[in-house]
Design a protein around this ligand. Structure first.
Ligand code: GMT
Length: 377
């Protein structure tokens, strides 16, 4: 089936993995020939250059003086309905249940059943928000009323069923990377800015929220650098950053750690690393570990959530129980001190990213879901 569709996409335009996946998917669909309409409060941060098949519709929020809290959700729902009617959208694909799936539900009431709603669950919409009794019923409604629901890992599907008592069909749509962007880059020059020749580079990339357990990254690194000359590079920003900077000073590691802040060209940055550290408490998928994998960089991390579906323990990285920094440090050392083993892991990473998480394959999966809900299979 190859008729082109008109697809609305709503995501958090500036938020980590879900925003990246939604934007990259929209770009790929547009490249293929579909008409893509992003509906959000600002331009998605990975949207990049102009494409004739991509349009952006900005949501204006009313700040009428009676509103103590400007009602973004209502403005978004109205905008979704307007765009759906004016552009004759076939599908509205929303990323993150709260509030996007709820807004899409409202938009559908305004437009009619010909507008199909696809909701992708990314993680904290279920693992955190759906635990909140004040939101639970609303999230369940939005999920049950979507024409299709997808989840980025089997573990997230399991948790969604468990927390919300949901039995409906949920499609598995793993995150993906575009191999044209994610491949091992030449990093000789920039790596020298951070590490001496012969030093290993460990890296952590995140939004520094408590679920990322960034303190564990520092504990693992401390043990590793006692055995092997190494530097630690942090990429990203977030609420735990000051605490981590303080911890590093207290441990006397400040000369061995660099903070790179937020970076756009993640493939270039990750390619400098020998290992990625991802010791999260919760992680429905862990997109950054896939980005690293596609650049030939193994991950050492925790067994949280969907990480074991992505990282094959002993092949493309090593996993340990949440908080087990001793085991994680041992795993790092096992790779950093055995070059042949490291090369095998690097090769396995490249193969797995290419074979199992390619953007082409996942775009086809999403397309087939769109055609299915439109009954155009
Ligand atoms: O938690 C984050 O880092 C941000 C969040 C998001 O909404 O982007 O990430 C979630 O979605 C990503 C994309 O599907 C997943 O790769 C992350 O694992 C997931 N985060 C959590 O589950 C904590």
């Amino acid at each position: 089936m190859d008729s082109f569709l008109k697809i609305g996409i709503t995501c958090y335009p500036s938020l980590g993995g879900s925003g990246v996946v939604a934007t990259e998917l929209g770009k790929l669909l547009a490249e293929k020939g579909h008409e893509v309409h992003f509906i959000s409060h600002s331009v998605p941060f990975r949207l990049g250059s102009f494409h004739k098949n991509i349009k952006y519709h900005e949501v204006d929020v009313s700040d009428y003086y009676v509103f103590r809290y400007p009602p973004y959700d209502l403005s978004l729902a109205t905008k979704m309905a307007q765009v759906a009617k004016q552009q004759e959208l076939d599908v509205l694909h929303v990323h993150y249940a709260v509030p996007h799936a709820v807004c899409a539900f409202l938009a559908k009431q305004m437009v009619g059943d010909k507008l199909k709603v696809v909701t992708t669950l990314h993680g904290t919409d279920i693992t955190v928000l759906a635990q909140d009794e004040s939101l639970k019923d609303l999230i369940r409604l939005a999920i049950n009323e979507s024409d299709a629901v997808t989840s980025v890992s089997k573990d997230l599907t399991r948790e969604t069923r468990e927390v919300l008592d949901i039995t409906r069909e949920i499609d598995l749509t793993y995150n993906f990377v575009d191999p044209r962007e994610y491949y091992p880059r030449n990093t000789c020059n920039c790596k020298n800015d951070f590490a001496e020749p012969g030093e290993k580079v460990l890296m952590h990339i995140s939004n520094f929220r408590p679920v990322k357990r960034v303190g564990d990254v520092v504990d693992v690194f401390k043990k590793v650098q006692e055995q092997v000359p190494a530097k630690l590079l942090f990429v990203g920003e977030g609420p735990d950053l000051p605490k981590i900077q303080w911890k590093i000073r207290e441990m006397g590691l400040e000369n061995k750690v660099h903070f790179l802040g937020k970076q756009d060209d993640i493939a270039q940055v990750i390619s400098m690393a020998d290992l990625l550290l991802l010791p999260s408490e919760k992680e429905s998928f862990g997109l950054v570990a896939l980005e690293a994998m596609a650049c030939g960089v193994p991950t050492v991390g925790s067994i949280a959530g969907g990480i074991p579906e992505l990282i094959t323990h002993g092949e493309t990285g090593y996993l340990a129980p949440i908080g087990d920094v001793d085991a994680m440090a041992e795993h790092c050392l096992a790779l950093l001190t055995q070059p042949e083993q490291m090369n095998r892991f690097r090769e396995a990473c490249l193969q797995r990213a290419k074979n199992d998480f390619s953007s082409e394959r996942m775009m086809q999966t999403y397309e087939s879901i769109y055609y299915r809900v439109l009954q155009r299979e």
